[in-house]
Design a protein around this ligand. Structure first.
Ligand code: NI
Length: 192
């Protein structure tokens, strides 16, 4: 297993659509394990493959601790997840995202959904989810379609958040360049 870097807004790969996988084989299981390790280390309760730059329709999650502090880990993996039914009833959660750190906003989504997917053994399964599991599944499936939770909030708020992250990325790039320039300049200074 290996920790993988999580892409941060405004990385364009977060806006790409993931492709279905042919089957859950050893390579996909290894990727699922990397995703789980990365998610737990973050820490987060869900992670989509697109968030680590893998354009495959895969997601992992574990909402057990969010429901009960004492609960032990309950990792879940989903390949080619597909929402086959959603309730008209809606529910609202204060959502965050590992790719948009430290931003939390209320998002309204269907309260209950049914999802068809391939499990770790490449068997087709269906799950009916409600509560935090339903929200988390919808949030992660959105990622596989290049959709982020800020797309569900007001345009004004979304633009403010986007600007903030574009600015931060620019600042990081400038800092990295300055560090590099200083490193390159150092031998000359040492000569003097
Ligand atoms: Ni997210």
């Amino acid at each position: 297993m290996a920790l993988r870097p999580i892409l941060i807004l405004p990385d364009k790969r977060l806006r790409q659509k993931a492709q279905p996988i042919a089957a859950v084989d050893d390579a996909i299981r290894a990727l699922m394990d990397d995703m789980l390790e990365t998610m737990y280390a973050a820490p987060g309760i869900g992670l989509a493959a697109t968030q680590i730059g893998e354009m495959k329709r895969l997601l992992v999650l574990d909402v057990a601790k969010r429901q009960d502090e004492e609960a032990s880990a309950e990792p879940m993996v989903f390949a080619n997840p597909d929402i086959v039914w959603s309730s008209e009833e809606l529910s609202t959660y204060n959502e965050g995202c590992l790719s948009i750190p430290e931003i939390y906003e209320e998002v309204e989504r269907p309260a209950r959904i049914r999802v068809r997917y391939l499990d770790r053994d490449n068997r087709q399964q269906e799950i009916e989810a409600d509560g935090i599991l339903a929200t988390c599944l919808q949030h992660e499936i959105d990622h596989l379609n290049g959709v982020l939770f800020i797309d569900h909030i007001s345009r004004l708020k979304r633009e403010m958040i986007s600007k903030k992250f574009v600015k931060a990325a620019k600042r990081d790039a400038e800092d990295a360049k300055q560090d590099k320039d200083e490193t390159e300049a150092r031998p000359a200074r040492l000569e003097g």
